[in-house]
Design a protein around this ligand. Sequence first.
Ligand code: MG
Length: 161
Amino acid sequence: MRVGIGYDAHRFVEGRPLLLGGVKIPFPHGLAGHSDADVLLHALIDALLGAAGLGDIGAFFPDTDPQWQNADSAELLRIVYGELSGKGYQLVNADTTIIAEEPKLQPYIQQMRERIAEVLKLPVETVSIKGKTNEKMGWLGRGEGIACLTVVMVKQSTGPL
Ligand code: MG
């Protein structure tokens, strides 16, 4: 068994859709970023890469590469999980905390879990997602953006554990 941690943060910007966990959430602002800026999927990707000792999302998908401009992060997740699968790793579970003053995320949590499980081809119980506010403190509390923390555990079916 191996564990990995991922963190990501993006600021709000006008004129983009808000994507979290591969789900489009109705909100007046989206997140700024080179790709679709799906902060949850980016934290999950970093956690997976960390668990496998494969570096980080920036090394895999450089933000200087036009190929990844406005990229669908669900597709990036699919690519990264394919890398792990190729090395014999399987996700045991992922636990995620999204930190956002708004929007309220509870109505979308189950949809996000199902979307991620669908991308990874794993049971929905593999993916836990929790929403928190930052109690009005700091940049998160002022609603300037969204941050996300993810921890994963992976197991390797072949080779040393
Ligand atoms: Mg990011």
